[in-house]
Design a protein around this ligand. Sequence first.
Ligand SMILES: [Zn+2]
Length: 137
Amino acid sequence: MRTPDCEFLNLMIPRDSATALPAFQMDALESGLVAERERALARLEASERTLADIVSYSEGSPPDDEHDPEGSTIAYERAQVSALITQSRDHLAGLDQALGRLRNGTYGVCERCGNPIVLERLLARPMAPTCVDCAAG
Ligand SMILES: [Zn+2]
């Protein structure tokens, strides 16, 4: 027996149509992506400031002064922060791609096989460019 609630849920989650995500779901996903982009951008800027600090600190320290033993620590920290910056840039690029797909109408379609990506996956991983099958394979 179907309750009105089930019917409502079935209307909300179209399981068999391609890009037919309801507009309010698209809006919710878009604002989630935009908010995530702002956080990612803030992280990137913080990492870039940290890197600039490390660079100016190491440039201010002559190689032969008493801080020389710290040289390797600075190099290590610099590598760590550089890795964070690369990660943040990749993350931002993924978010931008997802937002681009949202705006050109290809969002929610697997970029590999062209099948719709189920809403559950988009909610869990809004940046996902591929369906579960393609991501697994
Ligand atoms: Zn696919």
